[in-house]
Design a protein around this ligand. Structure first.
Ligand code: FAD
Length: 402
């Protein structure tokens, strides 16, 4: 059995592991990354539809990360938005800003990020061992790390294993198991950033996209939704999942859809349109303001008479149809499973982690970074930003050690 001794072993060559390894190696540490996949950064490569939305101009702790852990605030303040774009610039990556403050590599390809890390790491003495799945870790005065074939030893250890979301790429529960072996507790992971299954049957709208506002209690998201044969998907729905996922295990939830989100005063607008076009039949009346299939569904759902002009409809039925267009209730019964969930809500309990350094409070010398922690965000570059920031923050502490 081989045995090698390192300053730092990092388990996982994903977003947080790569940045942590680079910073530690640049500071002269002897670093080994163990990665169970044959390549680095598999999730980075599929992120943002293969374009990698790597950060966001509006990164801020309170708004986009539903868990209230102080770890978020402290970690993001050590690696705020501007530091992130400067860092990627210094790696040689050109970037572009798109709508809602989203940043992507200028090449339009996530490989720009992974290639830049590989090049920067190759300029250091970091060792990366691929196809090395860590199955067990023991901690005494140092860490003993077991893969199927080999044993490695290190003074310090970073668990950067990511979450169990998207197992078809690299998601795995192994990180939780390893953290538990070292004394940590796990908040049960649940899928987040995935489509919604609905009680109502919207299959006749399958494939249709609409720009809407979604409201759940005091929470609102605006943007596109896509109707599917199981329910809905799309950015506006995804961005509400971090809120819903934590409540869905207990009950189905009612969300309302405003199909005229871009109209400031929907009921006044519809009343005015009614004054303009009282003689139009419902289908013609709604043409041009919502998709034809949505209008047809509304007409059937609310029982408007198809062949009668609006002025001959039952006034309360018409009022109800107008209100439904602004507050269409849907019942969310669940979220799509792990192979469709982009992130996991849940993970290593952040109360067991030093908020300033990502070091374990239970196992000295152990650092836990990225999505393995009980931290998740809405979509828009915020999840990757946290991964970079936590890997960077851990490295700041790791390089201090003699
Ligand atoms: C389809 C999809 C699209 C996404 N798009 C975006 C986006 O555009 N913007 C955004 O901000 N976020 C996005 N995300 C989320 C983002 O990719 C993750 O939050 C981020 O990669 C987490 O970084 P990490 O370092 O924690 O883990 P990861 O990047 O997942 O890396 C963990 C690594 O650890 C390795 N590993 C795990 N266990 C072991 C073990 N026992 N031994 C050895 N190696 C191990 C894994 O193979 C993996 O390479 C997306 C996710 C998915 C699935």
């Amino acid at each position: 059995m081989n045995s090698s001794f390192y300053d730092i072993i990092i388990v996982g060559a994903g977003a947080s592991g790569l940045i942590c390894a680079l910073e530690c190696a640049r500071a002269g540490k002897k670093v080994l990354i163990l990665e169970r996949q044959p390549i680095a950064g598999r999730k980075i490569l599929v992120s943002g539809n293969g374009r990698c939305n790597f950060t966001n101009r509006f990164v801020s702790p309170s708004k986009y990360y539903p868990s209230n852990s102080p770890l978020i605030k402290n970690t993001l303040s050590s690696f705020p938005f501007q530091k992130c774009v400067d860092y990627f610039s210094s790696l040689g990556i050109l970037y572009v800003e798109e709508e809602q403050g989203r940043f992507f590599p200028f090449t339009g390809k996530a490989t720009a990020i992974t290639d830049a890390f590989k090049a920067a790491l190759a300029e250091t003495s970091v060792e990366i061992a691929y196809n090395q799945e860590v199955t067990r870790i023991q901690h005494a005065s140092f860490f003993t790390v077991y893969t199927k074939a080999t044993t490695f030893k290190a003074k310090k250890l970073v668990l950067a294993c990511g979450s169990c979301a998207y197992p078809q790429v690299s998601g795995t529960t192994l990180g939780y198991t390893l953290a538990q072996q070292l004394g940590h507790s796990i908040i049960s992971p649940i899928p987040s950033l995935s489509g919604w299954t609905l009680k109502e049957n919207f299959s006749r709208l399958s494939g249709i996209r609409a720009k809407v506002k979604l409201t759940f209690q005091e929470h609102q998201t605006e943007g596109e939704i896509i109707f599917t044969n199981y329910g809905i998907n799309g950015p506006a729905a995804l961005n509400m999942t971090p809120i819903l996922t934590r409540l869905l295990s207990k009950q189905a939830l009612t969300v309302t859809i405003n199909f005229l989100a871009q109209v400031p005063h929907v009921q006044a607008f519809l009343a005015e349109r009614f004054r303009q076009f009282p003689f139009r039949k419902p289908k013609e009346f709604f043409a041009g303001i919502v998709h034809e299939s949505i209008a047809n569904l509304l007409i059937d759902f609310k029982g408007l008479r198809k062949n009668k002009p609006l002025q001959e409809q039952n006034p309360s039925t018409l009022k109800n149809a107008f209100e439904t267009l602004e507050h269409w209730p849907i019942t969310v019964t669940g979220l799509r499973p792990w192979n469709e969930a982009m992130v996991a809500a849940g993970g290593v309990n952040t109360r067991e982690i030093n908020y300033n350094t990502c070091e374990s409070l239970l196992c000295p010398g152990l650092f836990i970074t990225g999505e393995l922690l009980d931290i998740d965000a809405i979509s828009g570059g915020y999840n990757l930003h946290f991964a970079w920031a936590s890997g960077f923050s851990a490295a700041q502490e790791l390089v201090k050690e003699k």
